[in-house]
Ligand binder design. Structure first.
Ligand code: TRP
Length: 453
């Protein structure tokens, strides 16, 4: 067999994994979930989930990927041949495919908003106009589809270019740019008059608002934001070199991801409160509040309003694309490795499939909104099913697999790079994988179902 392609450097691996993790999950999903679930209390639970479940499960996924040198759909089969564990791999591929279906719709919205920002579409409007603008656009039968296809086209192109020249290079350019933009915008937002209210909302927890639903949402958000629970990072880890440090990489990705999420909160809430907009607007939050915020906040300086709005949506699009690439890669690598399609043939199949699911989720917000599953339209149902059920279940199985099933020598060998690193966190890591993560995840599910009294 030919040598497996790999990322060019340890930094390349961190950039690519962080590129996958940082995305709409941080800037779009995190603020509206926090806004709907009480702000600071949600954020504390979220941080708990990131550090208690997230980082160990991330290292576990890295272990599965790097050791098997296979995409997630094949990794379990390599490590536990002939067992039913392979279904966990397949579940991951399916989960990623479903996420990409609605994720790329939202990613497409960012392109429309870049367009609006560039052409002055936000100028001279009232608060109500922004709501209408978003509704008219997102419910339109065709317009969002054009942008959806554009996103899938770019994603497709990078994935076909391959791991090193496509994924690694794109992440290395986009990630630092994104970082600079997030910091600048957060500074602008916190400096607005009346921003304190937003800071309070972010920083003072109100535990009266913590219901079982808040636990489930915080856990789902942690998995979603860290790209965990479906083998996305395990597929990337199959491209890691033997010198990549799994623990250190997980820590860097976790910190970068959390940093961007918290900064997004710092961009959105102070700005929203400063112009008197409620934080619980849901998925439309950043699309309705922010254009308004930029216009009102910089009313005296139109050029600044213009630059900030363009910069913000460009940032969002960049973050989204490094994530759609990673979601796409999981299915593409699976078809390529399992069914021996060429990479480009595999990518064509994935892209075509996503066009279909994307169209369905986009229309679910407009023409087909009357069609509901458990009271949710297809878009919300896909988000609920994947983020709050499939990802935690997949993450739990990854933890059990590494904690209980594979050879202990491999588990230790992978975190120490087979003896060349000291990793004092190993016993804690193993304990979490074996006990805390599985029990914790099950308890959160039971709590949601009202079974914990
Ligand atoms: N983590 C990304 C975000 O925050 C989205 C994402 C990419 C993802 N790959 C994933 C989510 C795998 C879950 C699983 O936007």
């Amino acid at each position: 067999m030919s040598e497996r392609v790999s990322f060019g450097s340890r930094m390349g691996a961190i950039f690519a994994a962080a590129g996958s993790a940082v995305g709409l999950g941080n800037v779009w999903r995190f603020p509206y979930e926090a806004g709907n679930h009480g702000g600071a209390a949600f954020i504390l639970l979220y941080l708990g989930c990131v550090f208690i479940f997230g980082l160990p499960i991330m290292i576990a996924e890295f272990t599965i990927g790097r050791r098997s040198k296979a995409c997630t759909g094949g990794a379990y089969e390599v490590l536990a041949p002939g067992t039913h564990w392979r279904w966990v791999g397949y579940l991951g591929v399916l989960t990623g495919f479903l996420i990409l279906g609605y994720y790329s719709v939202v990613a497409g919205w960012t392109l429309e908003y870049i367009w609006q920002a560039l052409t002055g579409g936000f100028v001279g409007k009232s608060s109500g106009d922004y709501v209408r603008m978003f509704q008219d656009f997102s419910q339109h039968p065709f317009r969002p589809l054009v942008w959806l296809f554009a996103i899938l086209f770019v994603t497709h192109w990078v994935v076909v270019k391959g791991v090193k020249d496509g994924i690694e290079k794109a992440s290395k350019i986009m990630m630092p740019l994104l970082f600079v933009l997030v910091v600048l915008l957060a500074v602008c937002s916190v400096a607005l008059p009346g921003a304190e209210e937003g800071l309070k909302f972010l920083l003072y927890p109100d535990f009266a608002k913590v219901t079982p639903d808040v636990f489930l949402s915080a856990m789902g958000q942690a998995f979603f934001s860290l790209s965990l629970g479906m083998g996305c990072l395990s597929t990337y880890a199959s491209y890691f070199g033997s010198k990549t440090r799994l623990g250190q990489t997980a820590m860097s990705v976790g910190l970068i991801d959390t940093f961007v999420a918290v900064l997004s909160g710092l961009i959105i809430f102070p700005a929203a409160f400063s112009v008197g907009i409620q934080p619980d607007a849901g998925p439309s939050l950043i699309f309705i509040t922010l254009p308004n915020v930029f216009q009102q906040a910089f009313a005296g300086i139109p050029l600044l309003a213009y630059i900030c709005s363009v910069a913000f949506y460009v940032l969002l699009a960049l973050a989204a694309i490094t994530s759609t690439i990673s979601l796409h890669e999981v299915s593409t690598a699976f078809l390529h490795e399992k069914f021996h399609f060429t990479r480009s043939r595999a990518a064509v199949l994935v892209t075509s499939g996503c066009m279909l699911t994307g169209v369905v989720s986009s229309l679910a917000l407009g023409e087909w909104s009357a069609f509901k599953i458990c009271g949710m339209n297809m878009f919300d149902a896909l988000d609920f099913l994947t983020a709050k059920i499939m990802l935690p279940v997949g993450g739990m199985f990854a933890a059990i697999f590494v904690g209980w099933i594979i050879d202990r020598k491999i588990v230790k060998g992978e975190v120490t790079n087979y003896g060349s690193l000291r990793s004092s966190y190993y016993p804690v890591y193993l304990f979490i994988l074996r006990f805390i993560a599985p029990v914790g995840i099950i308890m959160i599910f039971m709590n949601e179902l009202g079974l914990l009294g």
